[in-house]
Design a protein around this ligand. Structure first.
Ligand code: FAD
Length: 419
């Protein structure tokens, strides 16, 4: 590893973090003629990207630009310029140039044809190496400082002890705070906090939630899906959020696509009020009058369970959830039972821990960065990826913003070095 910045005509730039954001910054820098070294604390690059590929790598989304931008909620005005320069269309083209074909799923989500991350990462690393980018794994960045003459110096902890490196600029792309075993452990937070950088606390996003399940539900129904339901809740401003989809009962509560889609508003409501109540429509295909008519129909000697199953196809985990969330005496009252089936109050008490979440909210505030993504208080230090303070639902929006911000940080370093 280089220990000093030699008197070369090429600027020496370090990228710390070999996830999608860091690798994209390295690519932009190398193509601009910089001498680029990428450092990562883990034994190999892109571990979270590989994990993302396990369930089908959703790289971006094909919906209209305006809808796409709206997915970044309160941060859409900060993310929009990044997408202007490297948005979903540019990203797809970039993937194709790596020799990976893509397709648009029925929901508009974009995937590599083979759904995997490994071939894409392999081709990308090969292309970066061919462009002269050097990789240094098992190098944990543990700080940075300015020497007396103003040179930027990075400190790494390695198996050989601490190593120091002088660079002209560095891109920090250290990830969020979830799935620490893949490298993104959020330990950078304390380093930046000490440096006086404006940060928002890291919080779980696209996460599961806890509910006070009975032992019966926990033991008999954990792991079972609740399919084809609709869920709604009111946020603190009285705005209704409604989504259709499915989720899973877990031993501690709920998780899965429908829950992730509402997770930011659920989390914020719990933080503000101590709990959040999701109203579940267990039969969104049936209107309330139909449900009431079927529930109220004479059932003779048949049990209520077989009546609900034969008249409304309600059974298994859905009925267990109904029994869990509705008062026992409501089952004797067709009007209350029918109302419960159409708007079942599911009370959620807490998010699951940050480390289990798909992504994190919070991180380096945009106010701490200039338009090139350089820290205003630390000239020459740029930030990109999930460590920035934005969040988005699943659907390819996470990777798109990570890659777009890596692209912007790479361009930002180039512009800064030119000046
Ligand atoms: C199970 C799962 C599935 C997902 N699926 C999708 C999906 O389909 N679509 C999508 O858009 N997103 C998905 N995501 C989210 C996506 O993978 C992340 O948002 C993305 O990888 C973040 O990129 P990043 O480059 O910012 O950080 P990361 O990919 O987390 O990379 C950060 C890197 O920094 C390194 N690092 C951290 N600290 C240091 C240090 N001090 N010194 C040196 N190196 C350090 C880490 O080892 C790591 O390699 C998924 C996430 C998970 C967990």
């Amino acid at each position: 590893m280089p220990t000093t910045c030699t008197a070369s005509a090429r600027p020496v730039v370090a990228v710390v973090g070999a996830g999608p954001a860091g690798l994209m910054a390295a690519e932009v820098l190398a193509s601009g003629g910089a001498s680029v070294d990428v450092y990562d604390a883990m034994p190999s690059a892109g571990r979270k990207l590989l994990m993302a590929g396990r369930g089908g790598l959703n790289i971006t989304h094909a919906e209209p630009d305006e809808d796409f931008r709206s997915r970044y909620g309160a941060r859409q005005s900060e993310i929009a310029p990044l997408l202007d320069a490297f948005g979903p269309a540019a990203l797809r083209e970039w993937v194709h140039k790596l020799g990976v074909t893509t397709f648009v799923g029925s929901s508009g989500r974009v995937f590599p044809t083979d759904m995997k991350a490994a071939p894409l990462l392999r081709a990308w690393l090969q292309r970066l190496r061919a462009a002269g980018v050097r990789f240094h794994v098992r190098h944990r960045c543990c700080g940075w400082m300015r020497t007396g003459d103003g040179t930027l110096q990075l400190a790494f902890s390695t198996a050989q002890g601490e190593q120091r490196l002088q660079v002209q600029a560095v891109v920090l792309a250290l990830g969020g705070g979830s799935w620490a075993r893949l490298g993104s452990d959020g330990k950078w937070f304390a380093l930046l906090e000490q440096a006086g950088i404006e940060l928002a606390p890291l919080r779980p996003a696209n996460c599961g939630f806890e509910a006070a399940w009975s032992q019966h539900l926990r033991e008999r129904f954990a792991g079972q899906p609740i399919k084809a339901v609709s869920a709604s809740l009111l946020d603190a401003n009285g705005v209704e959020h409604r989504r259709r989809g499915e989720f899973m009962l877990t031993a501690t509560g709920v998780e899965g696509g429908l829950i992730y889609a509402l997770s930011a508003v659920l989390r914020d409501t719990i933080e503000a009020t101590g709990s959040a109540t999701l109203n579940l429509d267990l039969l969104p295909e049936h209107d309330a009058a139909r449900v009431l008519a079927e529930v109220g129909r004479a059932r003779g000697a048949r049990s209520l369970a077989s009546h609900l199953q034969s008249r409304l196809h309600l059974k298994g985990a859905k009925v267990a959830l109904l029994r869990e969330c509705l008062a026992a005496d409501a089952f004797a009252d067709p009007a209350r039972l029918a109302a419960g089936i159409k708007a079942l109050p599911l009370r959620l008490l807490a998010t699951r821990p940050l480390d289990e979440a798909i992504s994190s909210a919070g991180g380096v505030c945009f106010a701490a960065l200039d338009e090139r993504l350089m820290l205003k208080k630390l000239p020459g230090v740029f930030c990109a990826g999930e460590m920035l303070d934005w969040e988005a639902p699943t659907g390819g929006y996470l990777l798109t913003a990570c890659l777009a911000s890596g692209h912007a940080a790479g361009r930002g370093v180039r512009a800064w070095l030119r000046n």
